[in-house]
Structure formats: C-alpha cells, structure tokens
Design a binder for this molecule. Structure first.
Ligand code: 4AD
Length: 460
C-alpha cells in the first residue's frame, strides 16, 4: 500500500484538457495536480512505468518511477481501461522526447478507482483483430471500439459539425424546430418505411421531416431541424443506415438558384468553422490527411449532361443492367461514385427526371419532364444532400398524390399550405453520417455513428 506524502503541496484537480498548467523544468517546480482518467496504453520499463492516460479531453503521459509506486498489487494489475486518479507534478517533457502537449506527469501517488481485466477478457483481447468476422466483432464490441483514438475523434468531429450547422443556421436567422419521429405519412416511398403499432392504429418512423418543415415556414420563416430519420433499407452498402441523422431545412420565397447558392454557402460555412477550430482541424488532419477545403463555386451539372458524361467515358460507365445510360435511368450508387471520384470535386447534380424523383418535387418550367431538384455529390461518398423546389400548386399536388397512389386525406395538413397562401419554396436534407464519412475519410457511414443501425444490426 502506498500513502500520500503529507509534505507535498496540495494537488489541484484538473482534466487533461487544461493546457495552461505551470510545467516544471530543471529546478523549477511544476504545479502538483490530480487527474482522473483511464489507462489507454501502458509500458513497463526497468526504470519506470509509462502510462498514457485518457479522460475524454486529451492524452497525458504519466511516469511512475520503478520503486514503491510500481510494486503494489494494484500496479501489477494495471490494464488498459483501469480507471485511476494520479497525483504528481506536471513537468516539461525532457529535450529530445515527445509527449502530448510536451508535458508529462511525474506521479507521486495514485488511487485506483475501477480495475479492468488483464486476462483473456482484457479490452485488447475483446477487440482483437485476430477474431473473425472482423467487422462484426468490431460492431459487437463497439462500446470498446469507441474508446479508441480514431473512433472517438470521428465522434468528436461529429459533435462539432452539428454545432457548426446550428451556428451557421442561426447566423442566417433560421429557426430550429423539432418535428415528430412517429408519423402516419410517407415522404420517400413506401418501400423503406418502418411500420409499428401505435395504440390501435398504424404508424411509421419518419423518413424525413420535410413535410413538417414545409408547414412551419409560414410562421417562422426559414426553418431547419437536426433529427433522426429512419429507412428500412434492404441493402447493405457502406452509405446506408436504418437510422441516421438528417440535417434538413426549408426556405420560403426562393427560386431554384437561391436554393443551390444557400446549400453551397452553408456547407462551406460549416467546413470553414471546422478548419478554424484548432482542435477539430487537427483531428480532421489526422483522420483525413489529404483533405482540402472544396473550392467554390461547386461544379453544377444537369442530370442529362451526367448521362452524356457517363456514356462518353472510355469504357462507358454502364447502368445497373449493364447498358449505356439513357434519360430516365437512375444513376446507381456505383456509377455515381465513379463519376464523383473521377471528377473529384463536389458536384451539384440537378434537374432529375420527374419519373425517378419524389412526388412533391416542382417541375422545371422549361422542361416539364424534369424537376427543380439537386443532389450534392462528394468524392469518395457520392450523394450527401438531396433537395428540391416543392410543388406549390394545389391541383398539381393532388395529381401527384394520385400518381404516387397515396391518399390525399392523410396529407390534408400538408396540402393546406397550397390552399392558404402558397409560395415558391424549397429545401433539402443532408445525411450527417455521409457528410462525416467524406470529411473524416471513413470507408463507411457506420463508423460515423455512436452505435450504427442497419439491416441485421440493432445492438448494442
Ligand atoms: O434524398 P433523400 O431521400 O431526401 C429526403 O429525404 C428529402 N425529403 C430531404 C429534404 O428535402 N428535406 O435523403 C436526403 C439525404 C441523402 O442525400 C443522404 O445523405 C441521406 O439523406 N440518406 C441516408 N443516409 C444514411 N442512410 C440512409 N439510408 C439514407 N437515406 C438518405
């Protein structure tokens, strides 16, 4: 057992995030502190044991000189994950050595708060790369994986990005609203609806808050929300989740070019904020060393030109049936990604045919086969935003319901916007995880969630 030396100065409680601490150097004493955290890495050497401590705010190198401190039973069972409070003097790291923030804690006393297993049940063994299938082990052990540096950096960038969106919207005087997740209407087609019993009725988990946002602009002006959307996607791709975070906005009294200009401005505002925050910019640099702030304006490309572009490649990029693309084809995920990767710039792909787009989209007055619609495509990921102008004419919307096979009765509250002071308006939805996959260079949207949900996975 070890005891605290009563002749030492009283220790000041800090977190690893506190950077402005007096460091000892030579004969100059540093501040004596106490810091609680968990062992991230441990290296026992002859003269000393080195611990990298983490507490969620950073990494701290801690030195325990070999002797009474390292010989206790507690010290012998130190393991990755062990929670402890370390006491000691904060010193500048010796010349020629490297440690986070250029400092190290010279430990003179500690208390173990919570032990962690050292045996076959240790964290390292639980997330061992030897186990197969590797991806499902990582997902089963997600609660340990998120303790890792990379996983937790992505989640920290995520937190900042949400804050940046909120800040950018506020700067533009958008009001945040919070639409319901339990709904009785569909927005993006019946095939991806999650249905659930709702008392004596049927309800769905929302696919998008768009319709609700469209009913809020009349009183609140431009509005946005950051809410969960749900899609019963039956495919396992690296960009599809069953539950994802949807950043959606709706703008009143605009025309299509205004919508594109706003989307570009907002996305760039968020990226600029990330780059201006030292800590976040450093994380993005570690995760995505090649990242470059996209240049403006984003490339604009009409759907019909994209079809020509795909066919003009050698060899041509084919559609899902293996044929050259023709007007009216959905540009499938693979083709879309090839195109984005070759062009290697953010692209606003616009004017999709009405046939392949959602019922609510406004037709292009110059070519009524097409819609005033836009997908924003990013290299490496493909589509991260989908948006459009909304059908604002009552009769046209009634026709669209009929074509879609949905009952206008259930949508009266949406339709009423066309009856009581209709206006040209539009909006979009951005998949937060897709945005992050692009920003943080993640192979899949799955590592951009705390606990991803997709077909076959609803735990932990
Ligand atoms: O293109 P989508 O389906 O558009 C809508 O839902 C509109 N109602 C949004 C609006 O205008 N308010 O989805 C918008 C975005 C996509 O670009 C994509 O980034 C993301 O939502 N998304 C998904 N992200 C992860 N997993 C899924 N299964 C997704 N489905 C869509």
């Amino acid at each position: 057992v070890i005891a605290e030396d009563p002749s030492l100065p009283e220790a000041k409680k800090i977190t690893i995030g506190d950077k402005d601490i007096q460091l000892g150097e030579g004969d100059v004493k540093g501040l004596r502190v106490k810091v609680s955290g968990r062992i991230h890495r441990i290296r026992a050497q002859k003269q000393a044991t080195f611990i990298t401590l983490v507490d969620g705010y950073g990494h701290l190198q801690c030195v325990l000189l070999a002797g009474p401190l390292t010989k206790t039973y507690e010290a012998l069972v130190f393991a990755q994950g062990t929670a402890l409070t370390l006491y000691g003097e904060m010193r500048k790291v010796p010349a020629g050595q490297d440690a986070p923030d250029g400092r190290e804690l010279h430990v003179d006393y500690y208390k173990v708060v919570g032990r962690a297993p050292t045996d076959e049940d240790s964290i390292t063994n639980r997330v061992s790369q030897q186990q197969l299938p590797w991806e499902s082990v990582m997902l089963d052990q997600r609660h340990f994986v998120i303790r890792g540096d990379n996983a937790s950096m992505v989640l920290k960038v995520r937190s900042f990005v949400e804050f940046a969106f909120m800040t950018q919207y506020r700067k533009r005087k958008f009001t945040k609203v919070s639409p319901p997740a339990l709904v009785q209407t569909q927005v993006e087609g019946g095939s991806t609806l999650f249905e659930l019993p709702y008392y004596d009725e049927k309800a769905y988990l929302t696919q998008s808050s768009q319709l609700y946002l469209e009913t809020a602009i009349q009183s609140m002006g431009n509005v946005y929300c950051i809410e969960k959307s749900f899609r019963a996607e039956k495919s396992l791709t690296r960009r599809h989740l069953a539950e994802y975070t949807h950043v959606e906005a709706e703008l009143d009294f605009i025309e299509f070019p205004d919508l594109l200009a706003h989307m570009e401005d907002l996305i760039c505002g968020v990226i600029d904020m990330c780059m201006e925050d030292q800590e976040i910019a450093a994380m993005i640099k570690l995760l995505n060393p090649e990242f470059k702030v996209p240049s403006r304006p984003f490339k604009r490309m009409r759907y019909s030109d994209a079809i020509d572009w795909l066919n003009a490649q050698s060899p041509p990029i084919l559609n899902e049936e293996g044929n050259p693309h023709t007007f009216g084809d959905d540009i499938a995920e693979a083709a879309e990604r090839q195109m984005t990767d070759i062009i290697n710039l953010p692209i606003f792909l616009t004017h999709f045919p009405a046939e392949i787009k959602a019922f609510y989209m406004q037709k292009d007055p110059n070519d009524r086969r097409t819609t005033e619609s836009v997908d924003c495509l990013m290299p490496g990921v493909g589509e991260i935003v989908g948006g459009s102008m909304r059908m604002d004419n009552f009769d046209e919307l009634m026709e669209a319901y009929e074509k879609e096979g949905i009952s206008p009765k259930d949508y009266y509250w949406y339709t009423d916007a066309r009856k009581y002071g209709t206006s040209p308006h539009g909006g979009y939805g951005l998949g937060l995880e897709r945005f992050l996959a692009w920003l943080c260079n993640q192979h899949s949207v799955r590592t951009c969630c705390l606990y991803p949900r997709f077909m076959g996975r609803c735990k932990p």
